[in-house]
Design a protein around this ligand. Sequence first.
Ligand SMILES: C=C(O[C@@H]1CC(C(=O)O)=C[C@@H](OP(=O)(O)O)[C@H]1O)C(=O)O
Length: 370
Amino acid sequence: MSFNTFGHMFRVTTFGESHGVAIGCVVDGCPPNLRFSIEEVQAALDRRRPGQSRFTTQRREPDEVKVLSGTLPHPEGGLVTTGTPIALLIENVDQRSKDYNDIAGAYRPGHADFTYDIKYGIRDHRGGGRSSARETATRVAAGAIAAKVLPGVTVRGAVVRIGEIEIDRSRWDWNEVGNNPFFCPDPDTVPLWEAYLDGIRKAGSSVGAVVEVVAENVPPGLGAPLYGKLDGDLAAALMGINAAKGVEIGEGFNAARLTGEANADEMRLGNEGKPQFLANHAGGLLGGISTGAPIVARFALKPTSSILTPRRTVDRTGEETEIFTKGRHDPCVGIRAVPVGEAMVWCVLADHLLRHRGQVGESVHWPFQH
Ligand SMILES: C=C(O[C@@H]1CC(C(=O)O)=C[C@@H](OP(=O)(O)O)[C@H]1O)C(=O)O
């Protein structure tokens, strides 16, 4: 059995394998009368698309999206949602499955090959099947629709670490993120990553990364404690991205090193008489509920497990052997995970906004009324 749907009110079901005919998703529960354009969905997909620099896979996929259902043409242009399931389809056009013939019967160390085999007794070895990063394109398409549920909200991501090299946060500039092939917010780190990743790439190796996603202008009050906490759902969504191995919110694991004083986000009354936080160690979430401060989430991605260096492994017949992977692989799959992380955050926020609307009475109960 497998599970391919996430969300409660805003639900996304994805399908497809890296080397199958197509990948896609069905977005169900999207409210009616939201306007969007195919170009907007395509623009989101284009940020994740493979083959755009020497630092990502050289597989050539146009990732051209088709909207099959759930919309009507809007009289003033673009599309409008009808409240019925929105099916989005992306064809696979550049599969090279023979690259995987040699590893069909053995397990890439660090890859899901082994667990898919022990769970299902059968696996699509071509490009990793459904455990491939290719599946993440469908999430990006869904995220572009989810964004329409949240007007006024901004969700932006950046790579903050590649392997041993971390950015200098004092130089963080969101405008730089689109100016380099790494989604890097620190211009001075770009040449360091270039040289570092060229070395990794030429060695046929790979390296991990950390991606940070920041959501601003998120309405306070989203999240459904105790088992529908917003941070819990964000963590599950980000951890559900193929290759993700860790998630943290706000200070995250660093909170364990702080004192209560250092971690306290002190409060004052803001301009409109509403409470305002003087810091954001909490990453915009307290008790699993959004505070209105920016939501800050980070997730770590492992190094791509398909590498050219031979590794010791076992095969399906129970023999010990060695394995290396041909094919066109990302030296750092974390780079293209930025739009994917953003999309997952959009989907979770859309889901929680719709869930919050189910609450009777005032949507937020401000403690102070001036
Ligand atoms: C095609 C994409 O990424 C792929 C992710 C991937 C993997 O094993 O994760 C392996 C490579 O593909 P192939 O199976 O053809 O060797 C990447 O190109 C994509 O993200 O669109």
